[in-house]
Write a protein that binds this ligand. Structure first.
Ligand SMILES: NC(=O)c1ccc[n+]([C@@H]2O[C@H](COP(=O)([O-])OP(=O)(O)OC[C@H]3O[C@@H](n4cnc5c(N)ncnc54)[C@H](OP(=O)(O)O)[C@@H]3O)[C@@H](O)[C@H]2O)c1
Length: 309
């Protein structure tokens, strides 16, 4: 299959480059096609005529960026998704797999998060622009399926990490931010200041595992309902920080409470549906190994990483 991957220059997109696959993967980023522009999006579909699309392109950021730029996150994601899904429909693309996120689930769900709860109430106030824009991918995909017979499917990852992440000090996710902050603090032998109190629990999935799962779904899943795809092992932010500290060889202290950006206390998800489709629990890379590899990648590539300057 010729599979077009939007967001091919991002963290998850880059993970596809490491996969051993018989498919012809075409990875594109903003410089190739700015998907905010409908004409560029149409041009992309006309040029590549994909058999399937993995739609990853999005305005993505951590808790602070999601709050500070809540309107931009809504605008850009709604536009990108509208352009990509609409062009795919008009061009008769046989299959599209788009990414949602567990952070779009309602603020007061029944745990663990199951796919049927996505629209059951408002999302957490810290990221409602991004969350509602992502929820609309599910609506758009199902509406096109019902009216036009499009085989558009969706997957719901939890917190992702891996090589080639965005390491910006205030606009990134928790793991890459910790790596970068510890690296800078180690240069001045200073303690590192981390956000929140370290108690929230989170589940993390390695970007390379996600890339494999997305190809697995392209090959094996054709239903309209979303699929949670993350590794469901829960870890406190403090535990993660201690592991990052070890793998980054950081010798100084960790100080908590630099800001009150903390988010939900926990949001465990169920990946039972993915396991029922045939993915195996043991196919996830062990967290420590994935985290160690990601830290080593950071140390090897710094300062030539996203968000370093
Ligand atoms: N990271 C997470 O923890 C997480 C969790 C759940 C779900 N997700 C979802 O997973 C997907 C991939 O995330 P990621 O972490 O790989 O994000 P990322 O590293 O920030 O990459 C975002 C990608 O989107 C592209 N993009 C942004 N604006 C674009 C535009 N106007 N036109 C074309 N491409 C554009 C970027 O291209 P350029 O770099 O070339 O500009 C980049 O390739 C996203 O849909 C995200 O919502 C991520």
């Amino acid at each position: 299959m010729k599979i077009l991957i939007t967001g091919g220059t991002g963290m998850v997109g880059s993970a596809f480059r490491q996969l051993d696959t018989c498919h012809n993967l075409i990875l594109v980023g903003t410089k190739d096609y700015d998907l905010l522009k409908p004409s560029k999006c149409t041009e992309m579909f006309i040029k590549h005529k994909p058999d399937a699309v993995v739609h990853l392109a999005a305005r993505v950021g951590g808790i602070k960026a999601n709050t500070d730029f809540v309107g931009d996150f809504y605008d850009e994601n709604i536009k990108i998704n509208m352009n990509v899904l609409r062009s795919a429909r008009l061009m008769g693309t046989p299959k599209v797999l788009s990414l949602l996120s567990t952070c779009i689930y309602p603020d007061n769900p029944i745990y663990p998060l199951t796919e049927d709860q996505i629209h059951n109430g408002p999302p957490h106030k810290s990221n409602f622009g991004y969350a509602y824009a992502k929820r609309m991918i599910d609506v758009q995909s199902r509406a096109y399926r019902q009216q036009h017979g499009c085989n558009f499917i969706t997957a719901v990852p939890n917190n992702l990490f891996g090589e080639n992440d965005n390491y910006h000090l205030s606009d990134s996710h928790v793991i890459p931010a910790m790596m970068h902050k510890m690296h800078l603090a180690s240069r001045t032998n200073s303690p590192v200041e981390l956000w929140g109190d370290g108690t929230p629990l989170r589940e993390f999935t390695y970007s390379r595992d996600l890339a494999k799962i997305l190809l697995f779904l392209i090959e094996n899943y054709n239903d309209e309902t979303p699929v949670n795809v993350g590794n469901t092992f829960e870890c406190s932010i403090e535990e993660v920080a201690l592991k990052v500290k070890e793998f980054m060889h950081f010798k100084e202290d960790i100080v908590w409470g630099a800001t009150n950006h903390q988010g939900q206390q926990r949001k465990p998800s169920s990946n039972q549906k993915l396991l029922d489709i045939g993915w195996k629990k043991e196919d996830y890379t062990p967290f420590d190994k994935a985290l160690k590899d990601s830290c080593q990648w950071f140390l090897k590539n710094y300062p030539n990483i996203r968000g370093a300057s």
